[in-house]
Design a protein around this ligand. Structure first.
Ligand SMILES: Nc1ncnc2c1ncn2[C@@H]1O[C@H](COP(=O)(O)OP(=O)(O)OP(=O)(O)O)[C@@H](O)[C@H]1O
Length: 491
C-alpha cells in the first residue's frame, strides 16, 4: 500500500486522473478526470453503461485501474479494505441473503465493532443507524435478508455503508431505485447531514430531479469519460439530459400521452376480484389493448395482484391468453446468470420461434438483433449477462417479455436503473404494443410513470383506494389516494 500524506487543506478529497479500465474488449473507462471535495455532494449521471458503477468500484477499491491515478485523501493505492474512509452502498445489494441483518452488519463493519458481544453491538448499531436515516423503517436486526422486500434490503444496504468510524466519502449507487416517497426524502436529509459534517457524498442516479435537489455539482459521464461538470443551481434536468446525449428528450410536458379511450366492446382479458378500502367488492379489470397501472406506496399489495394474475385461473380470477412477467428484482428472479444476452432474451420466445419443434437459429438471431438495437443494449448479444451494466441487464429482461408472443404482459416495477432516454423508448414501446392488442398490467413505484397508463388502480393495504383515468392520473392524485383514509373513489 502506498500512502502519501498532504497538509494542503484546499486539496480535493478525491482526485481521479486519466483513469482507464477495460474488461476484455469493453473499454468501461477511457480517461476519466474527476475531483470531489470534502463536504460536497457530487451527483453523477450518464446513460446505461456509461461507466458510473465501474468508476465507483474503483473509488471504493474493488477494482484496479489499468492506467491513470486515483488519490483519495492522500492514499493512491487501495489497501486490503479499499481506500481508507470510503464506503459504498451498491446498486446490486452486497448483502448475504442467507444471513440476518445483524450478521451482515458484522461482516461488513467488524473492524468498528467490539469482538466481544458482537451480536449485540452489530444489532444495536444497525437499529440505531436505520432509525437515524429511515425513522419509520420497521426492520428487525434478526430478520433474514432474504425475507426482506427489495426496499428494505436497500435500506439495510445504505445503513451498512455508513456504519464506520472514519467516513470521508460515501458513495450511493442508484440508492433510491427501489425506495418510495418518504424513504427517499429521509435518505436525502441524511445526506445533507453528512455533508454538514464534512463528509463527501457521490450520488449516482438516473433521477435528475433528485440529483439536482441534493447535489452541489453534477458530473455527466458518457462512453467511459466525464464529459461535463455543472453547478447544480445553474442547470436544468433538460440540460443534464442533453449533456448525456441521446435523441429522445423526456420532460413531463412531452411524456407519451395516455392512450385513447378504450372501446368498451373489447374483451376483458384480466379480471381480479378485490375489495375497496371501505370494504365493498370491486374488481381490477384490463381489456385487450389497455395499459393498466397499479400504483400506491410500495408494498400495498401491487405485487400480490401481479402474482395472482401470473398464476392464472386460481379461484375466481379471470386471465385470458398467454402471459409474460418482467420482474424488477433482477438479482432474485430476473437474469439467468450463466447465459449470454441472446439466450436470456430468447428463452420465452423459443417455442413460438420453433417450427415442428425444431429451433430456428436464424429467426432467433434476427429477434435478438432487433431487440438489442431497439433498446440499445450495450454489450451486444454475445456478452455474458452479468458483464452488462445494471440498467442494460434490466433492458434484456424487459425485451424478453416483449419478444415473446404473450398477449398479457405483467410489469413489476420493471425499469429500475434504466436510463431516462431508454425509459422513454420503453414507454413508447408499451403504447405501441398495446395498440397491437396486447394488454399491459404495470406496477410502478414511480408515480410519474403511471401517466402512460389508460387507467390506474391505487392500492392501499391490499385494497383498492381509488381509480384514475386518463388526465386524472397525476402524481398528486396518486399520492392523495395512497394516504387519504377516507377516500371512497374506488371502482
Ligand atoms: N465485470 C464486468 N465484465 C465485463 N464488462 C463489464 C463489467 N462491468 C462493467 N462492464 C462493462 O463496462 C461498461 C460500463 O458499465 P457500468 O456498470 O460501469 O455502467 P453504468 O454507467 O454504471 O451503467 P448503469 O446505469 O446501467 O448501471 C458496460 O459496457 C459494461 O457492460
Amino acid at each position: 500500500m502506498t500512502i502519501k500524506t498532504s497538509n494542503a487543506s484546499d486539496r480535493p478529497l478525491v482526485q481521479v486522473s486519466q483513469a482507464v479500465k477495460t474488461y476484455g474488449h469493453t473499454r468501461a473507462l477511457s480517461g476519466v478526470e474527476l475531483q470531489v471535495n470534502a463536504g460536497e455532494v457530487l451527483g453523477l449521471v450518464g446513460h446505461n453503461g456509461a461507466g458510473k458503477s465501474t468508476l465507483m468500484r474503483l473509488l471504493s477499491g474493488l477494482e484496479r485501474l489499468d492506467n491513470g491515478t486515483v488519490d483519495i485523501g492522500g492514499m493512491t493505492t487501495p489497501g486490503a479494505f479499499g481506500f481508507s474512509g470510503v464506503r459504498m452502498a451498491y446498486q446490486e445489494s452486497s448483502l448475504a441473503p442467507e444471513l440476518t441483518v445483524r450478521d451482515n452488519i458484522y461482516l461488513s463493519s467488524a473492524r468498528w465493532l467490539p469482538r466481544w458481544c458482537w451480536h449485540k453491538a452489530a444489532a444495536e448499531s444497525v437499529v440505531s443507524r436505520l432509525g437515524e436515516i429511515f425513522p419509520d423503517h420497521g426492520i428487525g436486526p434478526n430478520e433474514y435478508v432474504d425475507d426482506l422486500p427489495i426496499a428494505d434490503r436497500q435500506r439495510v444496504e445504505i445503513a451498512r455503508a455508513t456504519i464506520t468510524d472514519d467516513l470521508k466519502l460515501l458513495i450511493l449507487d442508484e440508492p433510491t431505485e427501489s425506495l418510495s416517497g418518504s424513504a427517499v426524502d429521509h435518505l436525502y436529509n441524511y445526506v445533507r447531514k453528512l455533508k454538514a459534517t464534512g463528509v463527501a457524498v457521490i450520488l449516482v442516479s438516473h433521477r435528475m430531479r433528485e440529483i439536482l435537489s441534493v447535489s452541489d455539482r453534477v458530473a455527466v459521464m458518457k462512453d467511459g469519460a466525464v464529459v461535463s461538470i455543472h453547478r447544480a443551481g445553474e442547470v436544468s434536468e433538460r440540460d443534464l439530459l442533453l449533456a448525456m446525449g441521446g435523441e429522445v428528450l423526456v420532460t413531463e410536458a412531452n411524456a407519451t400521452p395516455f392512450g385513447p379511450a378504450i372501446d368498451g366492446g373489447r374483451s376483458v382479458v384480466v379480471r381480479v376480484p378485490m375489495t375497496t378500502v371501505s370494504g365493498e367488492a370491486t374488481e381490477i379489470t384490463a381489456r385487450e389493448g389497455e395499459v393498466i397501472g397499479l400504483a400506491g406506496i410500495v408494498g400495498q399489495g401491487q405485487e400480490e395482484v401481479l402474482d395472482r394474475i401470473w398464476h392464472g385461473k386460481r379461484g375466481d380470477i379471470k386471465v385470458d391468453a398467454t402471459r409474460a412477467y418482467v420482474p424488477g428484482d433482477r438479482q432474485r428472479s430476473g437474469i439467468l446468470p450463466l447465459w449470454n444476452v441472446d439466450r436470456n432474451l430468447t428463452i420465452s420466445a423459443l417455442s413460438s420461434l420453433s417450427r415442428h419443434g425444431i429451433r430456428q437459429f436464424d429467426a432467433e438471431e434476427l429477434l435478438v438483433d432487433k431487440w438489442v438495437k431497439k433498446l440499445n443494449i450495450r454489450g451486444g448479444s454475445r456478452a455474458t449477462i452479468t458483464g452488462l451494466s445494471g440498467g442494460n441487464q434490466q433492458k434484456v429482461i424487459a425485451a424478453r417479455a416483449f419478444a415473446s408472443n404473450a398477449r398479457t404482459i405483467l410489469l413489476d416495477d420493471p425499469f429500475r436503473g434504466v436510463d431516462v432516454h431508454t425509459k422513454a423508448e420503453l414507454y413508447q414501446l408499451i403504447r405501441e404494443e398495446a395498440a397491437k392488442g396486447r394488454t399491459i398490467v404495470w406496477f410502478s413505484s414511480e408515480n410519474s410513470e403511471m401517466q402512460h397508463c389508460d387507467r390506474v388502480y391505487v392500492l392501499r393495504a391490499g385494497r383498492v383506494a381509488g381509480v384514475l383515468h386518463g388526465t386524472e392520473i397525476t402524481d398528486n392524485r396518486i399520492i392523495t389516494m395512497s394516504f387519504a383514509e377516507s377516500e371512497t373513489n374506488a371502482a
